[in-house]
Design a protein around this ligand. Structure first.
Ligand code: XMP
Length: 511
């Protein structure tokens, strides 16, 4: 399989670069810029991308690659900081933009030279996404200028002979009108990619590798019902079905009919599927608890206890399978950031079960690739195309104490919202949407009588990475329909609110 190496210089869009390359069906990995020349050689890339980053290349401590990387004969694309790094390393001059007008942030009209391989057959003028305070004042020998904007005379440079390219803008960001096409040209026209990264191939290779590795051993998987662990269950069942035990802990905090859907998806497969209905147990532990962090910790711990009990009845396990995916791997390699919420990831289980090794067959896949793999494995669309659902489930969407009655109200309201979103054809375009049961009770009038019932909040967001998000501009007619249906059909609710805050300052979930 051909590989692209993305050297990480700390830019905020780095994951996005990797996703775009994979979307173009070329395998890539994001690795730290400290990778040695020997490691790069062993990785054997067909091309290298230097990412952006927050530093200035002319400062002594700014991050740099091993200088030998320029002599490998492998094509290089430098993006933003990566472009400046490429230029400076090869004899160019990078300086801080002296006056504010030379700095560029945001959408910028840019003019391209179509004779450069990156821009061939693309419009000569289009919008790019810029974000830089430094600029390239002198182009290194062998390079020529391949794009400019009003404020930046060197928006792109290229040396076709050595196959080195630098762009000051961010082609990985959707705001760059032809960014994907530019990356495609780098991968296919410059690096000679064949597009051999497909989920069908990945599935075949993974099934073979898992059979080899597991041999006649026994595998245990904690199935949360989320996309990642469901796809992993399907992959393992295809590879080593008879040696696999899946423990699905239904904590009673799932959405309407969700537990049954998960069970149905695995019912026909030849594997040991165990659904543990532990709703009553979780509710008992949550009784009287109102603090969001306390709820999360209780659910995380209880999940482990239930799983542990079940695992003991299964007996000796050789491998524990976890649904770790690539963003988890990338993020755990970065610096510590403040804990806003302690995410309960049921994949992040144990050191308590007696097992030899951990299997993480999805650790190199992005979420959209996991979904694609799920389709290859024949999982139903209702499971594969699911929006993200937090491990603690509806417990963090019922504000305040969680009770059976409140869960019932929320499940019904949420199901109505989801139904209407699907009916309006918006279920795929919104990144995540759900109902929340607030602990606000207000006065209403129903028929001729007074009501004093709960308010439901509806939340729908647009985001590419869930780190930041904006609320979805839902049509009034849709909100109207959902509101009318909820107050009519869900007894105990007399008010519906729509949340119009972005993240930050809010978060996607309420707790
Ligand atoms: P927040 O609320 O932090 O959510 O803006 C960002 C994304 O993460 C999901 N989320 C969770 N996922 N366990 C998970 O597996 C959790 O504890 C958890 N809390 C939030 C949330 O649904 C959104 O997609």
């Amino acid at each position: 399989m051909q590989k692209i190496l993305i050297l990480d210089f700390g830019g905020q869009y780095n994951q996005l670069i990797a996703r775009r390359v994979r979307e173009l069906q070329v395998y890539c990995e994001l690795r730290p810029h400290t990778m040695t020349l020997e490691e790069i050689r062993r990785f054997d890339p067909i091309g290298i991308i230097f990412t952006g980053g927050p530093h200035s290349v002319y400062l002594p401590d700014s991050p740099r690659p091993d200088p030998g990387v320029f002599s490998l004969g492998v094509p290089i694309l430098g993006i933003c900081y990566g472009c400046q790094l490429l230029a400076q390393s090869l004899g160019g001059l990078v300086t801080a933009a002296q006056d504010a007008s030379a700095r560029e942030y945001g959408k910028t009209d840019t003019v391209f030279d179509p004779s450069c391989s990156l821009f061939r057959d693309l419009p000569e003028e289009s919008v790019t996404w810029m974000s830089h305070g430094d600029y390239l004042a002198r182009v290194p020998e062998g390079f020529r200028i391949a794009a400019h904007s009003a404020a930046c005379p060197t928006a792109a440079i290229c040396d076709e002979e050595r196959r080195f390219y630098g762009v000051q803008f961010h082609p990985e960001v959707r705001h760059t009108a032809f960014g994907g096409e530019m990356l495609r040209r780098f991968l296919y026209a410059v690096c000679g990619a064949r597009g051999d990264w497909t989920m069908a191939d990945f599935k075949r290779r993974s099934v073979d590798a898992l059979r080899q590795r597991v041999g006649s051993g026994r595998v245990l998987l904690a199935l949360s019902g989320g996309v990642d662990s469901s796809v992993l269950a399907a992959l393992l069942s295809e590879a080593v079905g008879r040696q696999l035990s899946c423990v699905f802990v239904d904590h009673g905090l799932l959405r309407k009919n969700e537990g049954d859907q998960v069970e149905a998806a695995f019912a026909g497969r030849s594997l040991d599927f165990r659904r543990v209905d532990a709703g009553a147990r979780f509710l008992r532990r949550l009784q009287g608890v109102t603090d969001p962090e306390e709820k999360r910790h209780i659910i995380g711990e209880e999940f482990i206890r239930v799983f542990e009990t079940e695992a003991r009845t299964i007996g000796k396990v050789d491998y524990l399978a976890q649904g770790t995916i690539y963003p988890d791997v990338i993020e755990s390699g970065l610096g510590q950031s403040a804990v806003i919420k302690s995410h309960h990831n049921v994949g992040g289980l144990p050191d308590f079960v007696d097992f030899k090794e951990i299997l993480e067959p999805l650790r190199l896949l992005f979420k959209d690739e996991v979904r694609q793999l799920g389709r290859e494995l024949g999982l139903p669309e209702s499971l594969v195309a699911r929006q993200p659902f937090p491990g603690p489930g509806l417990a963090i969407r019922v504000i305040g104490e969680v009770t059976e009655e409140k869960l019932r109200l929320l499940r019904e309201a949420d199901a109505i919202f989801r139904q209407e979103m699907a009916r309006a054809g918006l279920d795929r375009s919104a990144s995540q949407y759900f109902a929340v049961l607030t602990n606000l009770r207000t006065v209403g009038v129903m028929g001729d009588g007074r009501s004093y019932d709960y308010a439901i909040a509806l939340r729908s967001v647009q985001t590419s990475d869930f780190m930041t998000a904006d609320f979805t501009r839902l049509p009034w007619e849709l909100l109207d329909r959902v509101s009318v249906r909820i107050v009519n059909e869900v007894k105990g609710v007399n008010r519906v609110l729509y949340d119009i805050t972005s993240k930050p300052p809010s978060t996607v979930e309420y707790e």
